[in-house]
Design a protein around this ligand. Sequence first.
Ligand code: AMP
Ligand code: ZN
Length: 134
Amino acid sequence: MDCLFCKIVKGEIPCHKVYEDGNTLAFLDINPITKGHTVVIPKFHAETLLDLPDDLVAELFLAVKKITQNIKDKLNPDGFNIGINMRKVAGQAVDHLHIHILPRWQDDGGGSVHTIIHNPPKQSLEEILKEIRM
Ligand code: AMP
Ligand code: ZN
């Protein structure tokens, strides 16, 4: 399969490895948008979170927590954005699930999750809730 991140998992393409465990790999983003920008991936090829088998989800997010704690301890940022671009429309360029860990500093000029999209719905919250309540 021609997947960039699978090639990194297999060691066919080098990376700046930050962390590895049995099912997880984390490495520095090759085009960092902030110091310490790290991507965390499952070694299992899943295009998106919805494609990741349930039994791998908790471990992946535990690794995200561990890596975030480590970056906090070592780089002392003031905060983080942690996020997933899911599908092309949302900015996913590499079709292998990855979680971006973005350390943030006071006055670094960045925005919040709220700055990604401004497309408020026409319907009321009640109407939307009827559609998506579980
Ligand atoms: P996304 O837009 O969420 O799919 O992000 C993909 C990310 O992977 C981008 O931030 C890229 O800079 C990063 N990336 C692409 N190729 C590599 C690579 N070989 N090593 C590390 N990061 C990479
Ligand atoms: Zn892959």
